[in-house]
Design a protein around this ligand. Structure first.
Ligand code: C2O
Length: 343
């Protein structure tokens, strides 16, 4: 577009989002005054390790439960409450913000289906994790990742499947909770056996991470600048398996596949943050395979706003999230079998 510039949301003027029935739904965080918002640049002095969800131990699990229990108890009006954290996704994905400078033309900012997808969700998880650390009373705590690219992780992570746990959510597809995960699930259950599904999953991973991810645009998604219409086009991993896993988890008996199967509700299921940690891990892996991030200044200078663990509003930039070590985390090293799974 003629006046291209980096994108930012009109955070101080959040308005109702629109649910899939086109009904207004209030997903806004507390109103922030522009003067109270500070720019935030991470400068971690230590690096915590995000663990594969199927490999965590009881002591770790106790911490995560402690954090989520506390966050679920906070008043919904507290931006650190579990409810408010879920609504971050709704506001950023279901039309809660116009693009800064384009409020009059009602041009929305959606963080999906563009080059903003990976950086937005990275920052979102970053603050979610810091809130967890605060309420777990442990600044070495790190959220888990759903290792769906490894055969041992191609099942619904059992820690989220204990009905008495704060990690549980009842709106899920109960037929899928003990079945092998199909990374290319399109709404119809495959009739293939477990071994075949796993093999196909590995081939899918190779395709999405290597064959179809040869450029930054192919991997991250299409360019999205101020003044552009939302959803210019998704990158390889966002399309598959990211979207498929959402759909696979959501409850098909709910009208919109709630919770995981719809943007406005996805963050209400604790497994959302675990799924997205693995999506985020794919960015690091793609870089380690030689993938080069965008150098376009409109990408680097695009910004988002969040409430941090002290319930203070902060502004963050894409350029400050490209190195997860500076954000204070890395991912547990696990076998990457798909690297040898050429179709
Ligand atoms: Cu914001 Cu998994 O989508």
């Amino acid at each position: 577009s003629a006046y291209a510039a980096p994108l930012a949301p009109t955070f101080t003027a959040c308005h109702d989002s629109t649910d899939p029935d086109k009904k207004a739904i209030d997903c806004c965080p507390p109103t922030a005054a522009a003067a109270d918002i500070t720019d935030y640049v991470p400068a971690a002095t230590k690096v915590n390790t995000r663990l594969a969800a199927h490999l965590v131990d009881d002591a770790w699990l106790a911490k995560y439960k402690k954090a989520l229990t506390a966050m679920r108890k906070l008043d919904d009006s507290d931006p650190r409450s579990f409810k408010a954290q879920a609504n971050v996704h709704c506001a950023y994905c279901n039309g809660g913000y116009y693009q800064d400078g384009y409020a009059e033309s009602k041009l929305l900012l959606d963080v999906h289906s563009s080059w903003l997808f990976l950086p937005f969700h990275r920052w979102y998880l970053y603050f979610f994790e810091r809130i967890c650390q605060k309420y777990a009373d442990d600044d070495t705590f790190a959220i888990p990742f759903w290792n769906w690219d490894n055969p041992l992780g191609m099942f619904f992570p059992s820690i989220f499947n204990d009905t008495s746990s704060p990690l549980y959510d009842s709106l899920r597809n109960s037929n899928h909770l003990t079945k092998v995960l199909d990374l290319s699930y399109d709404g119809t259950d495959t009739s293939e056996g477990t071994i075949t599904v796993i093999k196909n999953n590995l081939i899918t991973m190779y395709k999405q991470m290597v064959t179809q991810a040869t450029t930054a645009t192919a991997f991250f998604g299409k360019t999205f600048r101020a003044g552009d219409a939302s959803d210019p086009g998704a990158g390889s991993i966002e399309t598959t398996p990211h979207n498929n896993v959402h759909r696979w988890v959501g409850d098909p008996d709910e009208s919109h596949g709630e919770n995981m199967g719809s943007f406005y509700s996805a963050g209400r299921d604790p497994v959302f943050y675990c799924h997205h940690a693995n999506v985020d891990r794919m960015w690091n892996l793609w870089n380690s395979l030689g993938g080069q991030n965008f150098t376009d200044s409109d990408w680097l200078n695009s910004s988002f706003y969040f409430y941090n663990e002290e319930a203070k509003p902060v502004k963050v930039f894409v350029k400050d999230c490209v190195d997860t070590k500076l954000l204070g985390y890395s991912y547990q090293t696990v076998d990457i079998l798909w690297l040898n799974s050429t179709p």
